[in-house]
Write a protein that binds this ligand. Structure first.
Ligand code: ATP
Length: 237
């Protein structure tokens, strides 16, 4: 197809100081899909997400990042956020001293045209029940839900999830997975980084696999699930 992809990473190179981590990667994310970004520990998954979100670290020295015809590679992180990138970091970054509702209200910096509090509580009933509770006193799963809800409250186009299932019981993972399917039905595009590769592949439409800062696979998620050699070599599953 000749139409540019919705989110497009082209020949991205990234460093932490002198350490050359992302060694020229290119991949596309299509509008409305869920893409699993996988690979062993240290492969460069978090670094890739942070590069797309234009965080100060790593330094992206070369390449282009496009979102919906806007070039993110010239932007700072706050500008990328306004353009529609919502990074949910591994530590979830819930703001201490604020209730669930205050955490969400703080995220609604612009007019909450799309994701009102009511709509967020419909999607995450547990957050509605606990809206007056301090955010950092929530369980791990609830904090993950709050972190995702907070990203949505900013009216994002792309959700970048870094290890959303980490440390959570399978029943909570089920709940978050259902929510991610619902978010997809609302037209939001998702990139999920997950150590639990099987769960991520079952959810995702497509997968990109990284190995020491380079892409070794780009294709359908089903293809990875069916390919035992690929799974053993790059995912140890
Ligand atoms: P993990 O699941 O272990 O987080 P990952 O695929 O997300 O794996 P990254 O966190 O992107 O991997 O790390 C890629 C490489 O960059 C690793 O070698 C790591 O040691 C290095 N690295 C990560 N963060 C920093 C940093 N702040 N300073 C220097 N090197 C870093």
């Amino acid at each position: 197809s000749t139409a540019p992809a919705f989110l497009s990473i082209y020949d991205m190179h990234a460093y932490y100081g002198e350490s050359y981590i992302i060694q020229g990667i290119s991949f596309n994310v299509h509008e409305g899909e869920i893409l699993a970004l996988l690979g062993r520990n240290g492969a460069g998954k978090t670094t890739t997400l942070r590069g797309i979100a234009r965080m100060d670290d790593p330094q992206v020295t070369h390449g282009e990042i496009w979102l919906d015809h806007k070039h993110l590679h010239t932007m700072k992180s706050h500008q990328a956020a306004v353009a529609g990138i919502g990074l949910v970091p591994e530590d979830r970054s819930i703001i201490p001293g604020l209730t669930v509702e205050e955490n969400l209200q703080l995220a609604q910096i612009v007019e909450p045209i799309g994701w009102t509090l009511d709509r967020l509580y419909d999607l995450f009933p547990r957050l509605g029940e606990r809206r007056k509770q301090e955010g950092i006193t929530l369980s791990g799963g609830e904090q993950q839900m709050l972190a995702i809800a907070r990203a949505l409250a900013r009216d994002i186009k792309v959700l970048l999830l870094d290890e959303p299932y980490e440390g959570l019981a399978p029943v909570i993972v089920d709940e978050i997975e259902k929510t991610l399917i619902h978010i997809k039905e609302q037209g939001i595009t998702t990139v999920i980084v997950e150590q639990n590769a099987v769960r991520a592949l079952e959810l995702a439409d497509r997968a990109v696999i990284l190995d020491t800062g380079s892409i070794v696979f780009d294709g359908s998620a089903a293809e990875v699930l069916e390919n035992a050699e690929l799974r053993a070599e790059y995912l140890a599953i």
